[in-house]
Design a protein around this ligand. Structure first.
Ligand code: PMP
Length: 376
């Protein structure tokens, strides 16, 4: 059976061991004679799957008892509504603030605007399109050690890794300290969750859709500080109310049983393979190899400020954009799949999440070198 390297931003590669286990469990889960796809969400079997997934994730994150884990449907974009519906009213007035660093944080902002008075307090391209800095819009993180939230604002949201633009920012301690005391940080960590150590203790909520580093599409993982639960707006659908999800162990209605099961297998795989710290060093090494190669030639261009270059989503362009389609076609012939950049920015992108081994990145670099030799 031919297997390719999948550089997709999501759904992305699952570890081979996980795929293998799924193939067994689909026919007969845990020698019960039942397919994992048939397991009822109120059954003792799902109880086992759920509790194990939750405790493995807790262990991976070193999560304190102040936080709970919720598995919610609706994807990353659903989270853009789930968060304001649960949190925008926490201080009595419906107000929240955003930092914009690219496509996804901007999209989150637009969604949140439906629920109240929402404002951008810092951005790297939305309002400062022209004179941002030498790097251009969406290529740096608008970090400001004295970022303030507005009076009455419940939270400040940003994206820790802009999957499309390739901007990654995780040093949010200063921001956590400078915002108003009655506001919390909300982090969309959809694409770098479990790929490096994140400082969850400085946040109110961290969320991540699963289909990049934590399983398959269909479930979004929320890490929620427990004292923030219980503030949902009246209009919040019951199935998205943190309170119902918390008390019902993410089973207010039928949850995505299969997706949660797959997430559980990924968490086990992560624990067997050194945990988040080990993933962090792997991802640092893989991305460094790719950036070092790109920086050694003018044939490939990555415009992101070096201090915030993503370790997991690496967008790049060819100096000669006309060669892009040929690059993609020939890459596929070499088993390097889904290397096309997002439709909003064009160019190319290599997503090298936890499940992408170093060999995959080596194959990509070797291909890029050959392509340059031929067309450069
Ligand atoms: N946030 C980020 C950072 C993402 O990368 C994505 C998906 N690529 C989303 C949100 C949206 O996720 P979904 O497609 O599951 O709605």
């Amino acid at each position: 059976m031919a297997r390719f390297w999948n550089f997709s931003a999501g759904p992305s590669m699952l570890p081979y061991d996980v795929l293998n286990q799924i193939s067994i469990d689909v026919l007969d889960w845990n020698s019960t004679g039942i397919s994992v796809t048939d397991i009822n969400h109120r059954s003792k079997y799902f109880e086992i799957i759920y509790n194990q997934a939750e405790s493995d994730l807790r262990a991976l994150l070193g999560l304190s008892s102040d936080y709970c884990i919720l598995f919610i449907q609706g994807g990353g974009q659903g989270a853009n509504a789930v968060v304001p519906m649960n949190m925008i009213g926490m201080n009595g007035i419906n107000r929240a603030d955003f930092i914009i660093s690219g496509y996804w944080s901007y999209k989150s902002y637009l969604e949140a605007c439906k629920y109240g008075d929402v404002s951008i307090v810092a951005d790297n391209g939305y309002t400062t399109k022209i004179d941002c800095n030498d790097y251009g819009p969406y290529t740096w993180f608008p970090e400001n050690k004295s970022i303030k939230t507005r009076e009455g604002s419940s939270y400040l949201q940003f994206c820790s890794n802009e999957t499309i633009n390739g901007v990654e920012f995780v040093d949010w301690g200063d921001i956590a300290n400078s915002i108003n005391k009655d506001a919390v940080l909300v982090v969309d960590a959809s694409s770098n969750f479990l790929t490096r150590v994140l400082d969850i203790d400085d946040t109110g909520v961290v969320f991540a859709c699963a289909q990049k580093n934590a399983g398959i599409s269909g479930v979004t993982i929320f890490i929620v500080r427990k004292d923030l639960i219980g503030n949902a707006l009246n209009i919040c659908p019951s199935i998205f109310d943190y309170m119902n999800l918390f008390h019902g162990h993410s089973r207010y209605n039928t949850p995505p049983v299969f997706a949660i099961y797959v997430s559980g297998l990924v968490f086990k795989w992560l624990r067997r393979n050194g945990g988040v710290k080990k993933m962090e060093s792997n991802n640092l090494e893989k991305s460094r190899m790719l950036y070092d190669f790109m920086d050694s030639t003018s044939f490939y261009i990555n415009k992101i400020h070096p201090s915030v270059r993503s370790r997991v989503n690496i967008p790049f362009h060819l100096k000669n954009d006309l060669l892009t389609n040929i690059f993609i076609e020939k890459a596929e012939n070499r088993g390097l799949m889904n290397i096309r950049g997002h439709r909003s920015v064009g160019g190319l992108r290599a997503s090298i999440y936890n499940a992408m081994p170093i060999d995959g990145v080596m194959d990509l670099i070797n291909y890029m070198r050959d392509f340059e030799c031929y067309y450069g």
